[in-house]
Design a protein around this ligand. Sequence first.
Ligand SMILES: [Zn+2]
Length: 216
Amino acid sequence: MIIKIGKAVDNNFIVNDPHVSRHHAQLIHKEEGWILEDLNSTNGTFVNGVQIVKKYVTLTDTIKLGDNYVLDISEVLKFNNDYSEEFLALKKVYDNYIQEKVRIQSANQFKTRIFQSLPFALPGIIGIIIGFLGERNPLLLGVSLFIAICAPTIGIYLGAKQSAKIPLLLQDLVNQFKIDYVCPKCGTFLGEVPWESLRNRKQCPVSSCKAKWVSE
Ligand SMILES: [Zn+2]
């Protein structure tokens, strides 16, 4: 993809500045990023104060066409409906979401198991105490028996209580995901669709939006 910049109306991005040439410069999209190329302009193209002919540029570079006009790349890209920079950042949002989801689910499984096995361990400990005392204490025996009978119920109760916590944690995660995983232009939630699948789609499915997610 090439975005032509200058004063003439046949440019992709038209600049109205007396020091900018009719066909001043162009932005060329490459796999590695954007190349800014001066098109033999009268007053030159500058990146961070240095005059250039052809140079890789990023959104953080200060670009001047001639000595006055400051060119904002993100503005140029948005003018061309190009949201590839912002879309690229969504990959991290999706990856983090999946990672966090797995983490919550596996941590919960572990806690549920601990809670469920803890009450079963207690009768065993009591049994050891009784063994140490070396006598048949009817009270200790009674307590041990009582716990042994209650253990499964307590275990199931604690396990269920722990399991009930996941929907809450997951709900928070999903709510945040719905705010973050949106089209950078129109803000529509993109669903739980893997980022790679969206990249293959290349643009926003909302017909009025037309944001390009991938530059070509
Ligand atoms: Zn959109």
